[in-house]
Design a protein around this ligand. Structure first.
Ligand code: NAD
Length: 358
């Protein structure tokens, strides 16, 4: 028994997940993924400092996070591109590392308004890098995306799969360009520590049902759309294409629970090291549109109407990753199933039918 206690003590001292509590700057921290990361950070003793211009989020999301973690979150309402203001915030709050989520993310809107996307996503990142340079903060985790892979040549996608070719939207290009900017910056000074996290399809919500995805207008992503149909806010799901070469003809994606994604950021934070490391954050499992609808029906307990529609230009048949590198290097892997994600998404949707309060 005594030996067991000594062993636990030693293990706690040496396990890589054991980290010193840090102050973390979260750009875009009021958004869908950021709010869930704050919860995961708090559970590990870290303090979050959020900078968000609330262009795609509400302050009430931060209030909800505070009630989950029973602690205040430092919040600054500011556009990241306001470099002077950002410098002042960083000088006042002394973060030790940055998780950079801020940016615009609607693929379709980026095709219609490319300049807005390049200006926001690229200039926000450059502004942040200037401030980090000036304040000697050298540790950054970047929210990249599976879109950098374009149309996959082979599956599953690994970090060394072809990227930066055949990307179908300005949104995707901003992610590929920011990755390149960070690689170039790291090249100039070996003290930079960058982790590029390529998210696959984040879904689900915190199990409390207090925070979740709150899209403005018509949801761009499948799961929140299905959730709104399940709640009766929309008539039916359009399934774009049922003649792909997949298990049931519908598109296949790698859906990752947002709390697993949040844990991936903690793991990346614990393993930051000089240079640039790139990781796929996905489950490694493909789920088709019809499989997702069926899992959601199980979660909400009633049928979800859908209709087959023509394929959408630019959509690929299947996208899923190998998360083996993150498993190996970060000791991270997704633990939630697609049914867990549907249940949590439904809890959030059914208890917050209109999203966050204004
Ligand atoms: N959700 C996904 O499907 C997905 C997939 C891959 C990558 N990502 C990336 O992850 C990040 C977070 O995504 P999310 O789903 O939480 O999106 P989100 O829109 O919910 O969160 C982004 C946050 O950034 C803020 N923001 C936008 N421009 C800003 C600016 N100039 N200054 C300060 N704040 C600004 C928004 O108000 C919002 O709160 C984004 O960079 C996104 O591109 C998301």
């Amino acid at each position: 028994m005594l030996w067991w206690f000594i062993r636990q003590l030693i293990l706690r001292t040496i396990t890589p997940s054991k980290v010193v509590a840090m102050r973390i700057l979260l750009t875009g921290g009021a958004g869908y993924i950021g709010t869930h990361i704050i919860v995961a950070l708090a559970a590990n003793g870290h303090q979050s400092i959020v900078v968000d211009d609330l262009s795609n989020s509400r302050h009430s999301a931060i209030d909800r996070v505070e009630s989950i973690i029973s602690a205040p979150v430092v919040f600054h309402h500011s556009d990241l591109r306001d470099t002077d203001r950002l410098l002042k915030i960083v000088e006042d709050t002394h973060p030790e590392a940055v998780i950079h989520l801020a940016g615009l993310k609607a693929v379709g809107q980026s095709v219609a308004e490319p300049a807005l996307y390049y200006d926001t996503n690229i200039n926000a990142t450059l502004s942040l890098l200037k401030v980090m340079e000036a304040t000697q903060i050298r540790r950054l985790i970047f929210s990249s995306s599976a879109t950098v892979y374009g149309d996959p040549e082979t599956l599953p996608l690994t970090e060394s799969s072809r990227s930066g070719i055949g990307i179908s939207s300005p949104y995707g290009w901003t992610k590929a360009m920011i990755e390149q900017i960070l690689r170039d910056v790291a090249h100039t000074d070996p003290s930079w520590q960058f982790s590029l996290l390529r998210y696959f399809n984040p879904v689900g919500a915190h199990e409390s049902g207090l925070i979740g995805e709150d899209p403005a207008g018509i949801p761009n992503n499948l799961m929140p759309y299905v959730a709104q149909v399940a709640a009766g806010r929309r008539n039916r799901v359009n399934v774009f294409g049922d003649d792909y070469d997949t298990i049931d003809g519908t598109g296949v994606r790698d859906y990752i629970h947002v709390m697993d994604l949040a844990q991936g950021h903690l793991a990346a934070l614990n393993h930051l090291s000089p240079g640039v490391a790139t990781y796929n954050l996905g489950t490694g499992q493909g789920t088709s549109v019809l499989q997702l609808i069926s899992a959601f029906e199980q979660a909400c307990g009633h049928p979800i109407p859908y209709q087959i529609a023509p394929r959408r230009p630019g959509d690929v048949a299947a996208m899923y990753c190998s998360p083996a590198k993150a498993g190996r290097d970060l000791n991270w892997q997704a633990t939630h199933t697609i049914l867990d994600a549907c249940r949590d998404s439904w809890r959030w949707q059914s208890t917050n039918p209109d999203g966050y309060p204004a």
